[in-house]
Design a protein around this ligand. Structure first.
Ligand code: XMP
Length: 514
């Protein structure tokens, strides 16, 4: 991973997408906020190329974020995207103008000068995606215009001698046809990357790294049954064997039979070093009087830490805590402008643990995206049922029962969820969907069954498609599936007489209800 691209973040909603597109081309990248960039940092990263991202600001405002001009004289290829292009222009003596209207959406560009960046591109009518207010009025000396949009806007510039390139449009988004070709050209024709990111190499190097870094230290890992913690543990086990200790805290809020299923596989793998703690009574007691979603999440997170800490104290001489942090988690946690982004929900994870327990953290998956973690898991021989299950939130079913929870409601929801998920598996729909589950509503409604009046709970089912859970679309079932799911739930689960379908996308909804 020594040949990497540095993405300098100016707060664009697409920054993560740039990283993702680069990885699809099997190249490694690092995202860093613009205000952390200095010569020392650059030397330590030693990038093969630099990308300046887009961002919400205008360089025509004095206080807009900038970058030290030394970045243009390092002889490292540099690509500015949208705001990044405008930075190149502004800081190299060009001029920007404020447009009366924002150019947003599809545009067509024509290439007016041959450029390595556009190798393989058509001359005319290339569809791209624009999202900008300001545009280039006068290009800097020694730069050339390489393309123009159909709205007569300068859509790309370059100084090929200094390896500086700028695009007004976004090559990273889906709507820019062949945008990946531009990124490909930048990486391989301009930055001359020749060492691709291969998962087998990653696995081999990571195991060697973990062996060196951890040597004879003992490591503890919290398992949840989810993909990230499972792959983390399997990888560590391969590197350090019996110096890995795994704890699975059962909070009683898992799906039907899940606790037994996952702990059986873990037991088989980690043998004596696997500990299952049944803490369901404690969790459910603490939650029994609480209906506020944030309070529920906080109680679950705090109780988890207490239980885990207590159990781990029984193990002596532990130095490291392993966490299944992924690359998107790292990108998302970069505070743009030093301030936290708007919090929608507190996520339950083991974030509070390392500080409390005085442990060093090891995050062996922090360079990977979710799909790569699944591929890695396959290489580590983790079973398909553990690897390919839909994501499941840390606070479990508690956040799928709006309002107060109790044993009866949990059992009801587990049963409904099982009927729903079994149907999806039976009809081979399960793997077309990113995540599917049921929500038990705090509402009873009147129904009729066999000439009898019923007054029972309503459930909602939810199924979404997504790439990373950041945005999502509701899954479009056909009528036959919806009616079959509804009748199977009502006919099999006593206590439910109405099934609703949640057809809300994210945004404006979130995937979970709480
Ligand atoms: P939302 O509801 O925020 O969910 O749209 C996005 C994805 O994150 C999962 N999720 C969580 N995962 N701990 C987790 O590990 C949590 O506290 C948590 N809350 C939501 C959710 O299931 C979906 O996949």
């Amino acid at each position: 991973m020594d040949q990497k691209i540095l993405i300098v973040d100016y707060g664009s909603q697409y920054t993560q997408l740039i990283a993702r597109k680069i990885r699809e081309l099997k190249v490694f990248s690092i995202v860093c906020p613009y205000n952390k960039i200095n010569l020392k940092y650059l030397k330590s990263v030693n990038p093969y190329g630099i990308i300046l991202s887009g961002g919400p600001n205008s360089l025509l405002d004095k206080k807009s974020p900038k970058i030290n001009k030394f970045i243009f004289n390092l002889n490292i290829p540099l690509l500015g995207i949208c705001y990044g292009l405008q930075l190149i222009c502004h800081l190299n003596g060009g001029k920007l103008k404020r447009s009366k209207t924002r150019e947003y959406g599809h545009a067509k560009i024509s290439i007016i000068k041959n450029s390595k960046l556009f190798t393989g591109y058509k001359k005319k009518n290339n569809q791209v995606w624009m999202s900008h207010g300001d545009s280039v009025d006068k290009i800097p000396v020694d730069f050339q215009i390489t393309s123009i949009s159909n709205n007569n806007i300068i859509s790309s510039i370059e100084n090929d001698n200094k390896k500086l390139y700028g695009l007004q449009f976004h090559p990273e988004v889906f709507h820019t046809i062949n945008g990946k070709k531009i990124i490909n050209n930048f990486l391989f024709k301009i930055c001359r990357i020749n060492n691709k990111f291969i998962i087998d190499d990653f696995l081999k190097n990571k195991i060697n790294y973990l062996k060196r870094k951890l040597s004879n230290n003992k490591v503890i890992c919290a398992l949840s049954g989810g993909v990230d913690s499972t792959v983390t543990a399997y990888l560590l086990h391969k590197a350090i064997g019996n110096n890995l200790y795994c704890i699975f805290v059962d909070h009683g809020l898992l799906r039907k039979n899940e606790s037994e299923e996952v702990s059986n596989s873990y037991k088989k793998k980690f043998k004596k070093n696997f500990y299952k703690i049944n803490a369901s009574k404690l969790f459910i007691k603490k939650l029994s009087k609480v209906s506020d979603p944030e309070k529920k999440r906080k109680i679950i997170g705090k109780t988890f830490i207490e239980v885990f800490e207590k159990e781990s104290k029984r193990l002596k001489n532990i130095n490291f805590l392993a966490q299944g942090t992924l690359y998107p988690d790292i990108i998302e946690s970069i505070p743009y402008f030093g301030g936290p982004t708007a919090k929608i929900k507190s996520h339950h994870n083991v974030g509070g643990l390392p500080k409390k327990m005085n442990l060093k953290v090891i995050e062996p998956l922090k360079e990977l995206f979710k799909d790569e973690v699944r591929i890695l898991g396959k290489k580590l021989n983790i079973s398909k049922s553990l690897l390919n299950r839909h994501p499941f939130p840390g606070p479990g079913l508690a956040i799928r029962i709006p309002g107060k929870i109790n044993y009866h409601k949990i059992k009801l929801l587990q049963d409904v969820d099982e009927v729903f998920i079994s149907y999806l598996k039976e009809k081979n729909i399960y793997y077309k969907i990113w995540q599917a589950f049921a929500i038990l509503l705090p509402v009873k409604s009147v129904g009729v069954m066999g000439d009898q009046r019923t007054y029972k709970y309503c459930v909602s089912i939810r199924a979404v498609t997504s790439v990373d859970g950041m945005t999502a679309d509701f899954y479009m079932f056909n009528k036959k599936d919806l009616s079959e799911i509804s009748s199977r739930i009502i006919n099999n689960i006593d206590g439910i007489n109405r099934v609703l379908y949640d057809f809300t996308s994210k945004p404006p909804g979130t995937i979970e209800w709480e």
